[in-house]
Design a protein around this ligand. Structure first.
Ligand code: SF4
Length: 353
């Protein structure tokens, strides 16, 4: 795998983004932000699900005024998402840990300058959130809503902030399709050292959003690109975190818990593998020690996979083997295999944590 591209490290509250910091996973609430109780409840759900950073929309001044009370009741770093009205950014900057702006939506330069000053005063970073659907007119006219247009907009806005002496910047370049998104990030990456927030925007329901984000964010992560990310799903909050963490893990950027290798099943299957793998997943979800495990439905490939796995089950007819580092440690009836497998996994985790 390619080495991760070295970027400037910035801080969103107490979470480092870029440099050698772990790639963080973030999401966004869907409550009316001024409904403090509902917003805090959603942020706490995201926190419990494992989010590192949370963003809230600030469309009205009552939302900006609510940020103080929200911030007092949460411990996740908070990002305010601002469009159109720079006064919302000025109020939000008093309370939050980062401002996300699409400068093209803010308009007049003097207004952006005021926001930059407010962020400088509190050492807040700014995310330049370029979105293919809302490019500045000059770039849209010249390039259309293309990756080139997104990159031109990002470069323009980066320079604008740099000229004001502001460099606590992270950048996102989101489009609603994978190709433009990936092209834009790849194009911009060699041109600066700012951390990138990855995401395919408006990606759809969980099935399509998972596929699009896995392709898009996965390709970028394998290129070594990406410092923080959001998977956009039309669905429940927790799913975004779950899918985001799975993309990080399955792209190999994070080693965390079990990497479960299980066969797709076929006519040779000797056991109820679907139930067995679901049970293994559920009963080992708490384990954080990285390890490879395999759960295979018959002897055809089971022994080969088990040789490379830390812990493995090889099912046979009505019985099977539990193996540790390729060695058989138990030959048991089918209904005892998962229990023994889980205890071997727990013991392996204890020894290797
Ligand atoms: S391991 Fe056995 S059951 Fe599973 S897919 Fe391969 S041949 Fe089929």
């Amino acid at each position: 795998m390619k080495e991760r591209v070295k970027t400037k490290k910035i801080y969103v509250g107490n979470v480092a983004v870029g440099g050698d910091a772990p790639i963080s996973v973030q999401s966004m609430t869907y409550s009316d932000t001024h409904n403090v109780a509902a917003t805090v409840e959603q942020i706490n759900r995201l926190h419990f699900a494992g989010a590192d950073i949370v963003r809230v929309a600030v469309p009205e001044m009552e939302d900006a005024y609510a940020l103080k009370a929200i911030k007092e009741q949460i411990s996740l770093p908070l990002v305010a998402d601002i469009h159109f009205n720079y006064k919302l950014a000025l109020e939000a900057a008093k309370w939050v840990d980062c401002i996300r702006l699409n400068p093209g939506n803010i308009g007049e330069k003097n207004r952006i300058k005021e926001v930059v000053k407010a962020c400088q005063d509190r050492s807040l970073p700014i995310r330049i959130g370029v979105n293919a659907g809302s490019l500045e007119k000059e770039f849209e006219n010249k390039y259309g809503a293309t990756a080139e247009g997104m990159v031109a907009s990002a470069e323009y806005n980066i320079k604008f902030l740099e000229d004001l002496g502001f460099t606590d910047i992270k950048v996102s370049l989101k489009a609603s399709d994978v190709e433009r998104t990936v092209d834009a990030y790849r194009m911009l990456r060699p041109k600066n050292e700012y951390p990138f927030h990855l995401g395919v925007t408006e990606a759809g329901t969980i099935f399509h959003a998972t596929v699009k984000s896995s392709i898009g964010l996965g390709a970028l992560l394998l290129d070594g690109i990406g410092d923080t990310m959001r998977v956009s799903i039309t669905g429940e909050l927790e799913e975004e975190i779950k899918v985001g963490k799975a993309i990080l893990k399955d792209s190999g950027r994070v080693k965390d818990g079990l990497n479960i290798i299980s066969c797709p099943t076929c006519g040779r299957i000797e056991a109820d593998l679907v139930t067995a793998v679901a049970e293994v997943e559920k009963r080992t979800a708490h384990i954080k020690t990285p390890m490879d495990v395999s759960v295979m439905g018959c002897v055809v490939n089971a022994i080969g996979e088990a040789k490379h796995a830390d812990v493995a089950i090889a099912y046979g007819k009505g019985a099977g083997l539990v193996m540790l580092k390729g060695e058989v440690v138990a030959r048991l009836p089918e209904d005892q295999l998962v229990d023994r497998f889980v205890s071997e996994v727990e013991a392996f985790a204890k020894e290797n944590s």
